[in-house]
Design a protein around this ligand. Structure first.
Ligand code: MLT
Ligand code: ZN
Length: 389
C-alpha cells in the first residue's frame, strides 16, 4: 500500500506504480487547539501545511515550515519527505519541528508519542526516524509540532548580481550579519526571464542580471533598516528592489515561487534536487547547463533554489521521460562535489537507483534492518526509497 497525503511530492513517493492500494490520510485533517503555553499544536496527518500555518497565526504563534504547495500538501506528507522549503535557514526542516508522531507501523501496531516534551531522552527517536521515511515504515496519522514566535514585520528585497559566485557570497554574508534573515533564494536570469514570459510579469529590475537573490527579513520590529544596512555592506550588488509593503513583497516572491509552474509550461521536466557544500555551490550552478547540453544537446536547464541551505533545484526540459542520462550526469556531478542527490524532495521511486551515491552498503543494510523490523511483510511503499534487492 502507498500512503498518500496531498500528492504534491516530486519523486513519486506517494504514487502507486504496480497496482498498490493508496491509503489517503487527507480526511485526518483535524488541527487541534494550539497549546499557547507550550507553543505547540497536534494535527492530523492530513491537515494541510496552510491550515497549520493559519491556526498557529490565529493563536499568536507561527509555524516554521513554508513552501509553495502549502495549501495542497499535508503535514503527514511533510513528515514522510522531511519537507524543507523556504525558511529552513531560520527554523530548520520538518524534522526540526516535529516533537511527536502517531503512526500505524507496517506491523499494524500504533505508536503514539504526542506529549510534546521538549526534553525526552527516553530511547530511540521514532519521530525523527519517521521524518524522511517516505511512508516505508508507517502511515503518519497525527503529529505534534513545535511553533515559533511570530515575525509580524517582514521586508523583501531582490538583489541582482554579475555572477552566481557573488550571489552565493552575499547570501553567506547576509546570514552572518542579519539575524532576522528568514529566506535567501537564488535565481538566474534564464529562469527569471522564463517566469516573466510565462506568467506575464514585467522584469523585476531595470536591467537583467546573471544571478539574483530574493531575500526576506522578518522580525518582531520592522527589519527594513537592518536589511538595508546589511545589503549596503555587501560586495557585488548591481541593483536592488525593496518591497516594504505586503503586496509588493508578494509580487517579488512570485518571481521565485512561479519557477515550478513556468518550467512545467515548457514541458515535463526531469527534476533533480541536490545539496552542495557551500564552497562548491556557485561552481556547480555555473557548470550544470553545459554538462547537461553535453549529454543531450538541445535540453534546457533551469536552476533555482534555497541558497543558504546549499540546495539547488535542477530542472531539465527537452528530455524523453525515460532517458535518465542527464539525471545520471547531474547527480554524479553533485555527489562528486560531496553533495546530496536529494536535498528536500526525498528518494521516492525516481531517485532509488542513485541512493548508493550518498549511502554506503553498511548504511543501506541498516536501512533494510529498520524496514524489516517495522514493516516485516514489506507492505508499506514497497517500491520507494530502498534500492531493489
Ligand atoms: C521549490 O523550491 O520551488 C520546490 O522545491 C519545488 C520544485 O523544485 O519545483
Ligand atoms: Zn524547494
Amino acid at each position: 500500500m502507498v500512503p498518500q497525503g496531498g500528492n504534491t511530492g516530486m519523486v513519486g513517493g506517494g504514487v502507486p506504480l504496480a497496482g498498490e492500494l493508496v491509503v489517503s490520510v487527507r480526511r485526518l485533517d483535524a488541527v487541534g487547539a494550539v497549546d499557547r503555553l507550550a507553543g505547540q499544536v497536534t494535527v492530523g496527518g492530513g491537515a494541510t501545511l496552510g491550515a497549520v500555518r493559519r491556526a498557529a497565526a490565529d493563536a499568536g504563534w507561527a509555524y516554521g515550515v513554508d513552501f509553495a504547495a502549502r495549501d495542497s500538501c499535508t503535514v503527514g506528507g511533510n513528515v514522510g519527505t522531511n519537507a524543507g522549503g523556504l525558511r529552513v535557514l531560520r527554523y530548520g526542516d520538518t524534522r526540526a519541528q516535529v516533537l511527536g508522531v502517531e503512526a500505524v507501523l507496517g506491523t499494524g501496531l500504533v505508536v503514539s508519542h504526542l506529549g510534546g516534551l521538549l526534553k525526552d531522552n527516553t530511547g530511540y527517536a521514532l519521530p525523527a526516524l519517521l521524518c524522511g521515511s517516505e511512508g516505508t515504515l508507517g502511515v503518519v496519522t497525527a503529529v505534534r509540532l513545535r511553533l515559533v514566535p511570530p515575525s509580524p514585520h517582514r521586508v523583501v528585497a531582490l538583489l541582482g548580481f554579475a555572477s552566481t559566485a557573488a550571489a552565493v557570497t552575499a547570501a553567506a554574508e547576509l546570514r552572518r550579519r542579519l539575524p532576522v534573515l528568514s529566506a535567501a533564494e537564488l535565481m538566474v536570469q534564464s529562469g527569471v526571464a522564463l517566469v516573466c514570459r510565462t506568467i506575464g510579469l514585467p522584469p523585476p529590475l531595470a536591467a537583467p542580471h546573471p544571478a539574483y537573490l530574493l531575500v526576506e527579513a522578518a522580525g518582531e520590529a520592522d527589519p527594513t533598516g537592518e536589511l538595508a544596512a546589511a545589503v549596503d555592506g555587501l560586495d557585488g550588488v548591481a541593483e536592488v528592489a525593496v518591497a516594504e509593503d505586503s503586496v509588493r513583497a508578494a509580487a517579488l516572491w512570485r518571481y521565485r515561487e512561479a519557477h515550478t509552474e513556468a518550467v512545467n509550461a515548457v514541458g515535463t521536466p526531469h527534476k533533480m534536487d541536490v545539496t552542495l557544500p557551500a564552497a562548491a555551490l556557485a561552481e556547480f550552478v555555473d557548470r550544470v547547463p553545459a554538462e547537461v547540453a553535453a549529454v543531450v544537446p538541445g535540453a534546457r536547464t533551469w536552476l533555482f533554489g534555497h541558497v543558504a541551505d546549499g540546495n539547488v533545484h535542477v530542472n531539465v526540459t527537452g528530455l524523453d521521460p525515460d532517458d535518465d542520462r542527464v539525471d545520471d550526469a547531474v547527480l554524479l556531478l553533485a555527489a562528486g562535489y560531496g553533495g546530496s542527490i536529494s536535498a528536500e524532495h526525498g528518494i521516492g521511486t525516481a531517485k532509488r537507483r542513485w541512493l548508493h551515491l550518498n549511502r554506503s552498503p553498511a548504511e543501506i543494510d541498516a536501512f533494510r534492518a529498520v524496514k524489516r523490523a517495522l514493516d516485516p511483510d514489506g507492505i508499506l511503499n514497497p517500491n520507494v526509497l530502498l534500492p531493489a534487492p
